[in-house]
Design a protein around this ligand. Sequence first.
Ligand code: ZN
Length: 413
Amino acid sequence: MAQNMKDQQWLQITKLLADIKDKSPFYSQKFAAIDPRDVHDLKDFQALPLTDKDDLRDAYPLKLAAVPTSEIVRIHSSSGTTGTPVIIPYTAQDVMDWAIMFKRCYEYAGVTKDDIIHITPGYGLWTAGIGFQAGAELLGAMAIPMGPGNTDKQLQMMIDLGSTVLGATSSYALLLAETIAERGLADQIKLRRGVIGSERWGEKMRNRIAHELGVELYDIYGLTEIYGPGIGINCEYQSAMHCWDDYIYCEIVNPDTGEVVDDGVSGELVITTLRKEGAPLIRYRTRDLTRIVVGDCPCGSTHTRIEALIGRSDDMVKVKGVNIFPAHIEEALAITDHASSEYQVMIDHMYGRDIMTVFFETAATKEIRADVETTLRRNIKDKLGLSVIAKAVDLGDLPRSEKKTRRVFDNRY
Ligand code: ZN
């Protein structure tokens, strides 16, 4: 079996394809002209059409279900900002499988049953909070189901109950870290690890959160369409994330052509669920850009590794013919002294041309701000070959979000 496909995964995929059209009205329709039982090798599998989020929207409300409604114990809905939501049905086994995967994530992060896990992601239709919760309970740790918001109460509970693990998005972890530093509460906080939800974030932001909270950080990966957070996490050795090969099969494709690229080459992550009953997905486009890391991890785990996300294929903006990802701006910020991790990009069309402005936070004094702006402008020019306007603002001036922070605003259209 070529690439990263394991024998066991192939067996599960064969089993999945054998009756997917009988079970799933969605795939019965999508594969109308295909007999998935004709898939005999990896090449055949790689020729199956990709499934994307728009397909799932068309299946609203419950056409994704591959089991009778009586077998569905819960639904979640993905957090689309516009249009028809995507509804993902879960069976009891799916809910259990997700908890098992999340428990494994905690274990990779060195979290044990003795820990007190402070959970700040939202509960409800969103998969984040309940994923952290179910994994914590299966592990036998104490879960504090805070949900987002009310920073005063968060900090009070964190101090009074002695929370040792923080579950959060990177932007909310940063907000908490800044508030703790501002109020001088660091010596009352007992956090030792942060399990940070799947958002692409720069090294500089990561270092700030780790330093100000005094914790080791772990990136947890997942998306509502494929269970939720908990399908992968980085181990103690590097930023790459192990994804659970016994539950999902990962491929990387060229986002423009949909063709599978070699291991080690960057592209869009595509996932096939191996055991999901409620809403199995075959070759689902995550829109997350990453690459499969080749070779063995020193931790000994053989679960496939993907590199920290470099962006989402729909985050890419084209300015003056240059493809720009948020990661590029973060890399430029990382090598600019006095620039913090927080930034916002505005792209406007004025006077007949595109103008890109990068607002960034800094603690630098007024006297040296112009120099910091010049340095950042030069670093972006070196990296992207693009002239931008760099504008320094005070720390805390740019918005922090409890969910994912939007950083790039394209005002041209
Ligand atoms: Zn490892």
